[in-house]
Design a protein around this ligand. Structure first.
Ligand code: ASP
Length: 331
């Protein structure tokens, strides 16, 4: 059976258009269909290794404007294609701003039975498609190389010839082409002249949560649990948290969770901390993370007499938020 590689378009700078080919900053993201982007890449076929190309535009958005209904819509298409015997791999073109969130969401919600066998590779660009030095085409070729490499599986992100895992990847630069980082663990590998060089094993699959709410029949317009992120800093206080916990208006969902991007080891200004304890006592889940660029919150040795008052997560604040939303979805 001839294998297919499916490209799913979602928008982003990779599909962006500027007035001039010299303009890499003031452009409109999410303008060009993924099929058109593919047609404009001469060397792409060489990376297909005998497979055929299929493409679909799932939505067309600047990724800063995505919401959980987009994640859910994309997850539905990923599951649909990965379930087909002739689909070997999926490549998703996406905006860089929230690519790490989409990658983590997919890694947590696409059934492990599918991700164990086939890869889902997100890719993106820091310059629009109209740029004289656009990075999108090479990133798409590199993503295809990874997607068709022997043993590739799980959710990955390829940018600037570097392969990152969904768990570790984080956007760390607003302008540089090499805008992503995998923290202390480092990337999974690199792509060099159309060859993948892995630094170690493929990343382990994350624990997947397959909710009924995420089945293809579920409405993408469902109410996702409202979880907000609050940063602690010098001068932080509880006013924002108290406002969030106030009675919601008819059009707003009630607050279900707060993720704190804490200073250092997930520390929280004491004025803010008091408001968080009050929120927690009213049934709002509160999770501490660190606002540091790398590393994870280190938990104290278990101590029977003084259990920690607020839960901590080793994830970044944006990924901890998704993890908590998934947890609350069925609570
Ligand atoms: N704001 C754009 C987006 O995330 C940025 C990018 O793609 O680089 O869609």
């Amino acid at each position: 059976m001839q294998q297919r590689v499916v490209f799913l378009g979602t928008g982003g700078t990779i599909a962006g258009q500027a007035q001039s080919s010299e303009d890499n900053v003031s452009y409109q993201a999410a303008q060009i269909e993924v099929g058109q982007l593919l047609e404009a890449i001469p060397g792409l076929k060489g990376q297909l290794r005998g497979a055929i190309l299929h493409s679909e535009q799932v939505f067309q958005r600047n990724s800063k404007d995505l919401d959980p209904s987009h994640w859910q819509q994309l997850q539905g298409r990923v599951v649909h294609y990965l379930s087909q015997a002739d689909v070997q791999a999926i490549v998703i073109t996406h905006g860089t701003d929230t690519a790490e969130e989409t990658a983590y969401f997919l890694a947590r919600t696409v059934p492990a039975a599918l991700l164990r066998l086939k890869p889902v590779v997100l890719t993106c660009a820091m310059r629009p498609a109209t740029s004289a030095q656009s990075d999108g085409p090479q990133n798409m070729v590199d993503a295809l190389c990874v997607a068709t490499s022997l043993g590739a599986h799980g959710v990955l992100l390829v940018c600037s010839a570097t392969v990152h895992s969904a768990l570790r990847v984080q956007k760390v630069h607003p302008y540089r082409l090499d805008a992503f980082d995998s923290g202390e663990a480092g990337p999974v590998g690199v792509v060099e002249e159309g060859q993948l060089r892995l630094f170690g094993a493929w990343p382990e699959l994350l624990e997947t949560v397959v909710h009924h709410a995420l089945s293809p029949l579920a409405s993408p317009k469902r109410d996702w649990p409202r979880v907000e992120i609050v940063t602690s800093h010098a001068g932080a206080n509880g006013a924002v948290v108290r406002a969030m916990c106030a009675q919601p208006s008819a059009s707003e969902s009630p607050l279900r969770g707060i993720v704190i991007a804490g200073t250092g080891n997930g520390d929280i200004h004491h004025d803010l901390e008091q408001a968080l304890h009050d929120a927690q006592s009213k049934g709002v889940r509160v999770i501490r993370t660190s606002r540091c660029a790398t590393g994870s919150v280190v938990l104290a040795q278990p101590n029977n007499t003084e259990p920690p008052l607020l839960e901590a997560s080793p994830l970044s604040a944006v990924k901890a938020r998704i993890a908590l939303m998934l947890e609350l979805l069925e609570a």
